[in-house]
Design a binder for this molecule. Structure first.
Ligand SMILES: *Cc1c(COP(=O)(O)O)cnc(C)c1O
Length: 415
């Protein structure tokens, strides 16, 4: 963040930001696009599109293999992207940044390589009631493989994590605490620093699912003292197909490899193979080369605006959206945590969430309807589905107004 200028002298230039995202000028069903599904995947700025196209046109080859100019250029782009991500997260070293496919594969990597190596029957893993399936199912697979126990921190009706219950669940058998940074359904921002402190006091490691955290907040892995932090490139305005797993170097080097193949080995014979250290050990095969460069461009773009300023913009828009939506009769919002980011889940009496989404789409409004890959959370609120409007850096008040008008129209159809 540019701290040399007070914010009022350095306004958040929403129009120029919107201009950086070509898709926002598309018309959908004859209406301007009001894109309110950034929680699923935000749109991409010109800077990302151009970096990727430029690389494919002028600087493309496989990485880590050739001594020729193009291969060297591609390798530089790929490794520079790792440095950019390391710097952005304030990692101690770029060797702590592993490129994966998405946060799902980052979490599975930890479940497989850390879980199967270090956890045994009777050990406990703690998650929360508001996890995405990506932070539930890998631990259930681990439970089937080695017999760990899975404990769940409950949440209250407003969507706050019940920290006193967390403290009760912590025990000498707790080996890992794996929680989301921000709920993709309720918007709840978890007190991750406190969670990490408490877990460490019980000698447990901590993994944070940062899929939402990375797009709505500043993440400093050293300040957090987190052991693993995973995120997915496409939710930070970058391309799909690339994710990140940050891990403390010593822990990563103590873990066996995930997949075997090219690039992750030190020496291969038919009798015995030795592996390279992190990150190469966890990156078998040709990686997402151009996607890594695209992710670096996305990070630089976000930095050029400042994630704190993006978060502040989204926060004021969240307040506006909450006020306007609450005024709609029969509309109920789920998730009223004290600390909440730009996600609004809601239902409207008498209208199925999928119908809401379909009808307002005809007015150019894109919101998601469904269980949002969080079925246990839906069960907690006795719901099958919600509609969810989620914010990105480019949303403005007219997007919210367009949503509200379209919802009034949808209600009229059903009444
Ligand atoms: C989107 C999301 C995921 C899954 O991301 P992928 O890119 O599909 O791996 C996991 N957790 C949360 C909280 C999410 O919002």
């Amino acid at each position: 963040m540019d701290t040399t200028l007070p914010i009022h002298q350095n306004p958040y230039d929403i129009e120029s930001i919107r201009g950086d995202f070509p898709i926002l000028s598309e018309k959908i069903n004859g209406h301007p696009l009001a894109f309110l599904d950034s929680g699923a995947s935000p749109q991409k700025p010109e800077a990302v599109l151009q970096r990727m196209e430029h690389m494919y046109r002028h600087e493309y080859a496989n990485v880590h293999r050739g001594a020729y100019t193009l291969s060297q250029a591609a390798t530089d782009h790929y490794e520079n992207a790792r440095q950019t991500v390391a710097r952005y997260l304030n990692a101690a070293s770029d060797e702590e940044i592993i490129f994966t496919r998405n946060v799902t594969s980052s979490i599975n990597l930890v479940a497989h390589c850390y879980g199967r190596e270090f956890l045994k029957s009777g050990d406990e893993i703690i998650i929360t009631h508001m996890e995405h399936h990506a932070n539930i199912v890998p631990w259930q697979l681990l439970r089937e493989a080695v017999g760990i126990e899975l404990k769940v921190i409950p949440i209250d009706d407003a969507g706050n994590l019940m920290m006193d219950k967390f403290e009760e669940l912590l025990s000498p058998r707790t080996r890992l605490v794996s929680v989301t940074h921000i709920s993709n359904v309720l918007g709840t921002v978890l007190p991750v620093k406190e969670i990490i402190r408490l877990a460490h006091a019980h000698d447990a490691r901590v993994l944070i699912d940062g899929a939402q955290g990375i797009m709505h907040s500043r993440v400093d892995v050293q300040e957090l003292d987190v052991d693993f932090y995973g995120f997915t490139g496409h939710k930070l305005y970058g391309p799909s197909g690339i994710g990140v797993l940050y891990g403390k170097r010593d822990i990563l080097n103590s873990m066996p490899p995930y997949e075997g193949g090219g690039d992750m080995i030190d020496r291969v014979t038919f009798e015995k193979t030795t592996y390279r250290e992190t990150p190469a050990r966890f990156e078998a095969g040709t990686p997402a080369i151009v996607e890594a460069a695209g992710l670096a461009a996305a990070v630089e773009y976000v930095e050029s605006i400042g994630i704190e300023r993006i978060a502040a913009h989204e926060q004021s828009l969240l307040d506006y959206a909450t006020a306007r939506l609450s005024a709609i009769e029969g509309l109920r919002i789920y998730g009223e945590a004290e600390d909440k980011a730009g996600v609004v889940s809601f239902t409207i009496e008498g209208v199925h969430p999928h119908d809401i989404s379909t009808i307002i789409d005809s007015h150019g409004v894109a919101v998601r309807a469904g269980h949002h890959c969080a079925q246990p959370l839906m069960d907690r609120f006795d719901l099958a589905a919600t509609a969810r409007a989620s914010l990105g850096m480019y949303n403005n008040k007219s997007d919210i107004d367009q949503l509200v008008e379209a919802l009034e129209f949808a209600k009229d159809i059903f009444n």
